[in-house]
Design a protein around this ligand. Structure first.
Ligand SMILES: Cc1cc2nc3c(=O)[nH]c(=O)nc-3n(C[C@H](O)[C@H](O)[C@H](O)COP(=O)(O)OP(=O)(O)OC[C@H]3O[C@@H](n4cnc5c(N)ncnc54)[C@H](O)[C@@H]3O)c2cc1C
Length: 383
């Protein structure tokens, strides 16, 4: 027999760690399994700057904030400067140490459920049994590959932006980035700065404007949801759509102004309102890409900055019986007001919670509210 833990948290990214801090402070029995900040370390480009600011810290008890960390570790930094990926990873590392959060640095390979108990088989050969499980696996399994585009591309000749993170690998190459939002433009800037020969960006819409995104309204909403968790689910479908659109527009119709100079360069070409219509593989293994405008581009590498879409059917570790029992809508689990799914004791936070709690929960602004709501539910549940 294996010892039974009250709660297993799967995923040691911002959401998993924020919840762990809440439980740790309250002496609650839990185990956190996952490689700390693996998605940020392995699937976000080196040199990336965050769009979010220091208000989006992880500590639900407000002690270990990003501001405190930066004051201690980088006292000369301008408070208005964007936070880099490297600074953010260092902050989360420091936060984890301050909160004394123990982590089992492994992957859950299979999660099963039988008569009120979950069993997790880990890649390191160990097994954990738990009364509750919180899935906090974030973006990891949800990279979106547009099927109509992938159908045109020869296998092995493209990468999703989550796998194109070491920009020096593209030195001297002609690269086409497909996608026209912040991630596509920032990848293009980083590629150029790392020595790519030429970077092309093709996207189906107009070029977004360079203007700082305003997230302050999002912070207010998410904070008040800690006291009113059913706020989003009680909105009419039309109101929910309006909030989704508002957030989408804030993030997608704007590009951060610090990208403008880095993109307006002779070796970066923009192709707004274009689509790839044909692809020919050349004898030297390069690709000739035809756009719907009649133009063609000769390139050595292709990056799909085509975003992410929640689809829990793609979570490889959930057993068939969990997948079958889980009630979903548009690929997202349906959750109650405490982030609990249709399976008692199984919770989902972060990106996967967006259908029930609003799209804000795909960003770290939601970490503290999710930690409080899930944490309160767990602490209240009799064990
Ligand atoms: C290019 C890019 C830029 C972004 N910029 C920002 C930004 O500026 N600000 C912001 O707030 N958000 C940003 N985001 C969104 C950001 O990724 C999320 O807000 C945040 O990472 C969500 O945290 P999380 O803990 O849910 O998931 P993640 O950070 O994705 O962490 C989940 C963890 O789960 C682990 N995991 C997966 N499967 C298993 C398993 N089977 N067993 C154990 N562990 C597992 C993974 O290793 C991963 O480390 C950005 C996203 C992208 C792609």
């Amino acid at each position: 027999m294996h010892p039974i833990t009250n709660t297993l948290i799967v995923g040691a990214g911002p959401f998993g760690l924020g919840l762990a801090a809440y439980l740790q402070r309250r002496g609650y029995d839990y185990q956190l399994v996952g490689k700390p900040m693996e998605f940020w370390k392995e699937h976000m480009p080196q040199g990336m700057l965050l769009r979010s600011n220091a208000n989006w810290y992880l500590d639900p008890d407000h002690k270990w904030t990003i501001d405190t960390f930066l004051r201690l570790h980088d006292p000369v930094r301008s408070p208005t400067a964007p936070i880099s990926r490297e600074q953010y990873i260092a902050y989360v590392d420091w936060f984890r140490q301050q909160a004394r959060i123990p982590v089992v640095p492994a992957y859950v390979e299979r999660l099963g459920y039988d008569t009120g108990l979950f069993t997790a088989e880990l890649a390191n050969g160990h097994t954990i049994q738990a009364q509750n499980v919180v899935v906090a696996t974030g973006f990891e399994h949800f990279a979106y590959y547009p099927p109509e585009l992938v159908a045109l591309l020869p296998a092995g000749h493209f990468q999703h932006s989550c796998d194109a993170v070491t920009m020096s690998a593209y030195r001297n190459k002609r690269v086409l980035v497909i996608g026209g939002r912040q991630s596509a433009f920032e990848s293009a800037a980083l590629l150029r700065e790392a020595g790519a020969r030429h970077v092309h960006i093709s996207y189906r819409h107009d070029t977004p404007r360079f203007e700082e995104a305003d997230w302050s309204w999002v912070e207010t909403i998410v904070e008040q949801m800690a006291g009113q968790p059913d706020w989003f689910s009680c909105l009419s479908t039309q109101q929910q759509q309006e909030y989704r659109h508002k957030l989408w527009a804030e993030g997608r119709l704007k590009l951060e102004p610090w990208l403008e100079k880095r993109i307006n360069q002779p070796d970066v070409s923009l192709y707004p309102r274009t689509e790839v219509v044909w692809v020919n593989q050349q004898p030297d293994d390069s690709l000739r890409i035809g756009l719907n405008t009649g133009l063609h581009l000769d390139i050595d590498a292709l990056i799909l900055a085509t975003g992410y879409q929640v689809n829990v059917a793609r979570l490889p570790f959930l057993s068939d019986s969990i997948q079958t029992a889980l009630k979903t809508q548009n690929g997202s689990p349906l959750l109650d007001h405490q982030f609990q799914s249709s399976i008692t004791g199984l919770y989902f936070s972060s990106f996967a919670a967006g259908q029930s709690f609003g799209p804000f929960f795909g960003f770290t602004v939601g970490v503290r509210t999710a930690a409080q709501l899930i944490g309160q539910a767990l602490v209240r549940t009799p064990v």
